[in-house]
Design a protein around this ligand. Structure first.
Ligand SMILES: [Zn+2]
Length: 274
């Protein structure tokens, strides 16, 4: 996942997974003098939730002597998650937030000159996503959600998930054992009914049939290997609105932003990244 001279942007939310990942990568990095780590956080604009998490993330970065770079939806996209929820009731904020957060992290990583993006998705997250994609009838997405996402054309910064084989319980245990401070309250908008059902189902299966999650992860890996040999990478062009690479006229984030009303997207993006 890493090269000895990588500049890794670690996506840090302030939760247990991302702060554990940051702590461990900083430890490992000390053995590689040519490598560099910067923590990147996204302020989605969720009042009474994100502020606390960002504070915890900043405090941890200070302790670990890691640079902390924060970007916000407001500055990048002209909207906040609170605004999307308030003005567009009925839409699932998590799906918007996921797409926008990914774009925000990409932008932040590009700005600081990172060569890798590391996210703290754990084994539980990964296998839940595999089942979600199947239940959504979107098996091709399984290819695009693996432990290492590399764009052969080099238009995206490679994303890695070092915790993809680590069960959530073990991460929690580590965080408690080393006394990490982390945000434990859940997002007030988080209500992914289907993912919650899948989480309970997988936990029940794991309880009754130990190893279920690892098996499912291995199955997904085999599917990825097979599918990737038969599928050609999509032809990419520049998004007409923001210039990011996309197979369509507009990228996923711009399509979403258009659907929730006019935003000064180009101006805010230009202003934020000049
Ligand atoms: Zn776009």
């Amino acid at each position: 996942m890493f090269a000895h001279d990588d500049h890794t942007a670690v996506a840090v939310s302030g939760g247990k997974d991302s702060l554990t990942l940051l702590t461990l990568l900083v430890k490992m990095e000390q053995r590689f003098p040519n490598s560099k780590i910067t923590a990147v956080s996204v302020d989605e604009g969720i009042e009474g939730y994100r502020d606390e998490a960002l504070q915890i993330a900043s405090d941890t970065c200070r302790k670990l002597k890691v640079k902390h770079h924060i970007v916000s939806y407001k500055e990048l996209f002209g909207v906040t998650t609170d605004m999307i929820v308030e003005e567009h009731l009925g839409k699932t904020p998590c799906s918007y937030c996921g797409v926008l957060r990914r774009k925000a992290i990409n932008k932040a990583a590009a700005k600081i000159g990172a060569t890798k993006i590391a996210t703290a998705h754990n084994l539980d997250d990964e296998v839940q996503t595999v089942l979600l994609n199947m239940l959504h009838g979107d098996p091709m997405r399984i290819i695009r959600s693996g432990p290492v996402l590399q764009d052969v054309r080099g238009r995206f910064i490679t994303r890695v998930k070092p915790f993809c084989d680590i069960p959530e319980k073990e991460i929690v245990l580590y965080a408690y054992l080393v006394g990490l401070e982390f945000q434990s309250v859940a997002c007030p908008h988080g209500n992914q009914a289907l993912r919650n059902d899948i989480r309970s189902f997988l936990n029940q299966m794991e309880q009754k049939h130990a190893g279920t999650k690892f098996t499912l992860q291995k199955t997904a890996e085999k599917l990825r290997e097979q599918l990737s040999t038969t599928i050609h990478p999509l032809e990419l062009r520049d998004c007409e609105k923001c210039g990011d690479p996309t197979p369509h006229r507009l990228c996923e984030a711009c399509i979403m932003l258009e659907s929730i009303g006019p935003q000064p997207l180009v101006d805010s993006l230009t202003a934020a990244f000049i």
